[in-house]
Every structure is written in structure tokens, then in C-alpha cells.
Ligand binder design. Structure first.
Ligand code: THU
Length: 131
């Protein structure tokens, strides 16, 4: 079973409701789809020591990896903002570690979204083949 883009975005949106973001007041939700079709969600978790903040994508991805997944097909990201929510640089690199070809669904609060191959968001990426 494969969820639709819309369903994946709705799952990211539901995860956003659990965001702990008292400092930025910028709740974010993410939902990553593993190769077997299972979905893991995450929200941003901030900290008074700002550098300890976790992005929604990192929470979703690491939950999936901790559950045993290593390959991913799509990730949906959504905020309450008017702009399409794209992953930060660190999260792009984290996604690239496992799935350089993952599809990124960057969504806006109104539910509209754009789809990017990760390679477009992180061209000429550093990877393990360069060791
Ligand atoms: N944030 C995410 O969770 N994902 C993104 O793609 C962009 C930024 C979070 C981190 C921080 O809690 C807040 O949004 C503002 O940067």
C-alpha cells in the first residue's frame, strides 16, 4: 500500500500539532515514507539552548532509521507559513545519507505543495563515496 501525496502531507500536518516550538513559534511537521510504504512522522522540538533544537524532518527520519529502515521514497514537510516549507541544509544532508533520490514534498499551510528531487535541493552532495 502506498499513501498518496495528499495523505502523506496530512500525516505531516497531524504531526505538526505536536510541535514544541515556543521560541520560534514556527511549528513544522514531517512524514517520511520508507521503501516498504510505512510512514514515520516527526515535529520540531526546540530547546532553550537553541542549538539543541531538532527539526521535524530529522525527528521523522531518525525514528524511521531506529525502526530499521534505510531507504526512503518521499518526505512531506509542512508549516503554518505561507511559503513552501523546504528542509534546512542539515536535514537535506541527513536525507541524502540514506536516499539521495528521495522526493521532497514542500507544503504550505493551505495544503498546496511542490515536489523536488533531493538532488535539486542538494546538488553535488558530499557522500560516503568520497571517502
Ligand atoms: N525547522 C524544521 O523543523 N524544519 C525545517 O525544514 C525548517 C526549520 C524548525 C526548526 C525550528 O524549530 C523552527 O523550525 C524555526 O527554524
Amino acid at each position: 500500500m502506498r499513501v498518496t501525496d495528499r495523505e502523506l502531507i496530512n500525516m505531516a500536518s497531524a504531526a505538526k500539532e505536536h510541535s514544541y516550538s515556543p521560541y520560534s513559534r514556527f511549528p513544522v511537521g514531517a512524514a517520511v515514507e520508507a521503501a516498504d510504504g510505512s510512514v514515520y512522522t516527526g515535529c520540531n522540538v526546540e530547546n532553550s539552548a537553541f542549538g539543541a533544537t531538532l527539526c521535524a524532518e530529522a525527528v521523522a527520519l531518525t525514528a524511521a532509521v531506529a525502526a530499521g529502515h534505510r531507504k526512503f521514497r518521499r518526505i512531506a514537510i509542512i508549516s503554518d507559513g505561507i511559503n513552501y516549507c523546504v528542509p534546512c541544509g542539515t536535514c537535506r544532508q541527513m536525507l541524502c545519507e540514506f536516499s539521495p533520490e528521495i522526493e521532497v514534498l514542500a507544503s504550505r499551510a493551505d495544503g498546496r505543495y511542490v515536489s523536488y528531487p533531493l538532488a535539486e535541493l542538494l546538488p553535488r552532495a558530499f557522500g560516503k563515496e568520497q571517502f
